[in-house]
Design a protein around this ligand. Structure first.
Ligand code: ATP
Length: 139
């Protein structure tokens, strides 16, 4: 079907994306899904991962999202994420040091005893996605 969807990605701090897209792919809790104009409305949670979309010029764009929620309407996709950055805004050195910190923390821990294990694993997951995305060379 022809037509664009309005994509909004917001965090508690700011609006990260507010633009028309031809197609949006998002990391839903039950798996990655794609949205074109006219999609049936639904609501789901997101995993930590990457939202990909094609802008009106046909360029593929990538945005890191730290979980959150997404509402899909026939002409609109709204993402509320805890944090999010466009690929070009990722500070790769910061993500690499976060990755190193999380790895060091995890190496010292015992999965059964330490309540911070889940937190350290989540930090590792965020940093890994950011480093991977920042180093792919996409926009
Ligand atoms: P760090 O340990 O480096 O703070 P984090 O995963 O704990 O990383 P978040 O809690 O996800 O960070 O994000 C806090 C804020 O910092 C958000 O505004 C997020 O967009 C921004 N941010 C975090 N890491 C990066 C990064 N590598 N590049 C750009 N912005 C980042």
């Amino acid at each position: 079907m022809a037509g664009n969807i309005k994509l909004e990605i917001v965090t508690p701090e700011k609006s990260v994306v507010s633009e028309e897209a031809q197609i949006v792919m998002a990391p839903g809790a039950l798996g990655e899904f794609g949205v074109l104009i006219g999609h049936t409305p639904f609501f789901t949670t997101l995993k930590v991962g990457i939202i990909r979309y094609r802008d009106v010029k046909g360029e593929e764009r990538f945005v890191f999202v730290n979980g959150g929620f997404v509402e899909v309407l026939p002409d609109r996709v709204t993402v509320l994420a805890e944090s999010a950055e466009r690929r070009r805004d990722i500070d790769v050195e910061r993500a690499k040091s976060a990755l190193k910190r999380a790895q060091e923390r995890l190496a010292k821990m015992s999965a059964e005893k330490d309540i911070d294990f889940t937190r350290a694993k989540a930090a590792l997951d965020r940093a890994l996605h950011r480093v991977k995305l920042a180093e792919t060379g996409h926009h």
